[in-house]
Design a protein around this ligand. Structure first.
Ligand code: DHB
Length: 287
């Protein structure tokens, strides 16, 4: 799947990603009202990944429903709409409108690492987190995935909270709080100072999170974080993911990464004598 936040909202860009081999698409997070996001610079490239702090810029669900409807007329893969809010009621309102417009799945962003009063501030509070999932589940008749943050003491415990509240799947993980400082100006590079780190640097953290979540809950896990090649994808499947999302590698290497990963997984399964991806999901947990 294409991970959230990489290619925005336009139906045409989604078509290109599907042609490149993605099996599903996740939109950038959308909220109840339009938001401009932070001033530039909003992204910085490091030796091992990207740090970004866009500030959840989006057109608001009222505008975005048009893109969902259009995307649904041209796409033949599931469209997953990422949703954020500043309260459980807001998450539910946005999710309901997204599903009415044609979203196949809702992914709850309860893990943006730096926008105040949403994201991590919701995901790190178990009571509010459960309320968000329950309120969304009460108003949509499509699967609800919850994208979790690694910036917690126990991601397995967080996973248990969202599953008890009704989550149908878990996406693990969102970005890790990070920053970069310019040595010449002696100032933080991002206008927001702190952003979310993605890419190869966070892959081992993400694999560990998927492994721990797999031991705790029984819902499908979608692995995400630093996947750049088929070996990375297989590692996530062995840890317990039933599917994976790719984001930063698409931004850096382009959409052909999907084809390379698909072909690599295929060749690996054949070489090892497996008949399907299911046969290797969680395989590293055997004792
Ligand atoms: C933003 C949102 C995220 O969920 C994230 O992980 C990083 C950045 C943003 O819009 O700024």
């Amino acid at each position: 799947m294409l991970a959230s936040g990489i290619l925005g909202y336009a139906a045409e860009t989604f078509e290109r990603i599907v042609e490149s081999g993605a099996g599903a698409l996740v939109t950038k997070s959308v909220g109840l009202k339009p938001r401009n996001g932070y001033a530039n610079p909003t992204i910085v490239q490091t030796s091992c990944g990207l740090i970004n702090a866009m500030g959840l810029p989006n057109p608001g669900i009222g505008e975005f429903v048009k893109e969902i409807r259009e995307a649904k007329t041209v796409l033949d893969v599931p469209l997953i709409v990422s949703v954020y809010g500043f309260s459980a009621e807001e998450y539910a309102k946005v999710a309901k409108k997204a599903v009415e417009a044609g979203a196949d799945v809702i992914e709850l962003n309860v893990s943006c690492p730096h926008v105040k009063e949403t994201g991590c501030e919701i995901g790190q509070n178990q009571k509010i987190l459960a309320e968000v999932v329950e309120k969304v589940k009460a108003v949509v008749d499509k699967p609800v995935f919850v994208k979790l943050s690694p910036n917690v003491t126990s991601i397995a415990e967080t996973a248990e909270v969202v599953v008890k509240a009704g989550a149908d799947g878990i996406t693990a993980i969102n970005t890790v709080r990070a920053m970069a400082i310019d040595t010449e100006t002696a100032m933080p590079i991002l206008s927001n100072k702190i952003g979310g780190l993605s890419g190869p640097a966070i892959k081992p953290i993400a694999v560990r999170c998927v492994y721990e979540i797999y031991e705790q809950v029984k819902v499908p896990i979608i692995g995400c974080g630093g996947i750049t090649n088929w070996q990375d994808a297989v590692e996530f499947l062995l840890a317990g993911a039933t599917a994976v999302q790719i984001g930063t590698a698409v931004a850096i290497k382009g959409p052909n990464v999907f084809k390379a990963v698909n072909q690599g997984i295929d060749a690996y399964l054949k070489r090892k004598g497996f008949r399907s991806v299911e046969e290797i999901v969680g395989l590293s947990h055997r004792s």
